[in-house]
Write a protein that binds this ligand. Structure first.
Ligand code: GLN
Length: 362
């Protein structure tokens, strides 16, 4: 199952947005080509939050996706369609994209495995851009071995993506049976102990910690103070990049066009009709954060926070092989609960965003 922000030649690719109505890409994403070359059969295109902006798959022009484990609840987002397809058993494997948590959070909320690869490990060629410095495609699957298999099929250098890593990547599937004896695991205090964590989440993290200890890992707590700035920095940097990436939907080059007396009017009407509320909010936020006079106070400051988090995490990785934290502060929430409250929705990403900054797989 393919998230519908992955281009498929001649087959509609909607990003769950009206603005791409009728658009058929002239090329296929590298990841899809690689799946085909490995003998995979794409089953369909899965729902997502419009342009991958959201944490519940409710921001879709086609309506929400439901969580197969409890249809009154959201599947998470933005790769909610991909996660739900795997959880429901519709597809054994799915591809999603992750900018600030969009593979990891829906995987957690649907009870499947999701992996955000290291930035640059998987080609972004043919992935419709949201925030290019963060976007990464990755696998969703019913178990770790299947996710590792799909990752190895899609990973590797691609000259069509200038940020693609040139060195050979370490294999992952071969090490799956190695065990965790002696592995140094750091539990990030600021995330694992954050205010507002639901008891089910705390219990799941405690359970994972104990299981690792029982299997021979050495678990300790680690403080990474700057992670608390992650969410604020993300909601400036990601919209800033999005506002620039989404400028191309002008009614001329792709999909929808709403006519008017002059070109400016046509651009404005097309964008007003074509984009949903959350996408418009992000474009406005991003444009503001980048505007003259505010650039340094918002975008610049957010980039400094990003550097601080990268540095603090690098320090933590000197003592630990892996860091452990919850994926989402809550279990799957009821459909409709957060649609009127964007800030509550953004809080879903509080744990997935900090490890996104260094580009490493969280
Ligand atoms: N939920 C986050 C957002 O709304 C992350 C989205 C993503 O990773 N694509 O931006």
């Amino acid at each position: 199952m393919l998230k519908d922000n992955l281009c498929t030649r001649g087959v509609p690719t909607t990003c769950s947005s009206r603005i791409l109505d009728g658009w058929r890409p002239p090329y296929t994403a590298t990841v899809v080509e690689r799946v085909l070359a490995a003998g995979g059969v794409p089953m369909g295109k899965a729902n997502l939050d419009e342009f991958a902006m959201g944490s519940s798959t409710e921001n879709s022009a086609f309506g929400p996706t439901r969580n197969p484990r409890d249809p009154s609840r959201v599947p998470g987002g933005s790769s909610g369609g991909s996660a739900a397809a795997v959880a429901a058993g519709f597809a054994p494997l799915a591809l999603g994209s992750d900018t600030g948590g969009s593979i990891r959070q829906p995987a957690a909320l649907c009870g499947v495995v999701g992996m955000k690869p290291t930035y640059g490990a998987v080609s972004r060629y043919g992935l419709v851009a949201f925030a290019s410095s963060l976007d990464q495609i990755g696998p969703l699957a019913a178990n770790v071995a299947d996710a590792a298999l799909l990752y190895e099929v899609i990973a590797g250098h691609d000259p069509a993506d200038s940020t693609s890593i040139r060195q050979p990547l370490p294999p992952v599937a071969a090490g799956l049976d190695d065990g965790v004896e002696g592995l140094r695991v750091g539990v990030v205090e600021e995330l694992a102990g954050a205010e507002g964590m639901e008891p089910e989440v705390v219990a799941a993290v405690d359970g994972a910690t104990r299981a690792l200890e029982n299997a021979g890992a050495v678990v300790d707590r680690v403080s990474v103070p700057s992670v608390i700035y992650g969410l604020s920095a993300y909601y400036l940097i990601a919209p800033a990049e999005a506002s620039s990436n989404l400028a191309r939907y002008d009614g001329v080059r792709y999909g929808l066009r709403v006519d008017a007396d002059d070109v400016g009017g046509m651009n404005a009407r097309t964008r007003a009709r074509g984009f949903g509320a959350e996408v418009k909010r992000r474009i406005m936020l991003g444009t503001y954060a980048l505007s003259a006079g505010y650039y340094d106070a918002y975008y610049g400051q957010a980039q400094r926070a990003r550097t601080l988090i990268i540095r603090d995490l690098a320090r933590a990785y000197e003592r630990f092989d892996v860091l452990l934290a919850p994926t989402s502060p809550t279990v799957a929430f009821p459909i409709g609960e957060r649609v009127e409250d964007p800030l509550a929705m953004y809080l879903s990403d509080v744990c997935t965003i900090p490890p996104t900054w260094p580009g490493t797989p969280p």
